[in-house]
Design a protein around this ligand. Sequence first.
Ligand code: 13P
Length: 247
Amino acid sequence: MKKIIAGNWKQNGKHKTSIQLVKNIITGTKKNKCKHEIIIFPPSIYLSSLQSIVNKSDVKIGAQNVSAFNDGAFTGEISSSMLKDTKIQYCLVGHSERRHVFNESPDMLFEKVIRLFENNIKVIYCIGETLEQFKNKKTKSILNAQVKKIFNKLKIKSTNIIIAYEPVWAIGTGLVPSDKDLIDAFKYIRNTINKFNPAYKSIKILYGGSVSPENANSLMKTPHMDGLLIGGASLNAKKFIDICSTI
Ligand code: 13P
């Protein structure tokens, strides 16, 4: 099965460096015959420009964020219909920085998912526990609540959603969960989703948090892991291409 390798650039880069980075990724992954699906999430101001560059390649462009509202008086926001208009096919929802830095509530994230589905944009729905929750052995109950928030009320087409498990304490810290903790978490997420509908077994689950060319291969041996969501290492063409080529 095709894996997904996604690069979340966050709030980094300039227009010129972003164009160069995406061009390098297109050429490098083609040269190395990367067999996986590659999705890049640049800052929103560069979406349109980068979308025109990836047009004829296998690399796809996604948005890091979207408004919870339809078009209207919402200064500073970008709607899901604008993403659709720009031919963007994917959008992140629920990233830990949106949840914890911008205090986006579960209800707001739910609305974002609905707006994206209305516009046929695939959702990469991020879930994960904080360090304190991890230390207090709350990981499973947190994952359960975050998954249920979306799956309880919505009828979802399996191909329209991807889950990304990103423990908050592993993001940008150089820390990754132990093999045992990762195996447990992935098994738990898989079982929780499958309980809603047997068809959901085809929903892909990614891992994110301090992924590097050094640990990507062994992380990907985790059962039920269908790909990676990469932050820091996706800003470096060589590291990102190395990760795409080694798994
Ligand atoms: P890092 O790979 O920098 O830890 O970031 C992970 C992440 O937040 C991807 O969305």
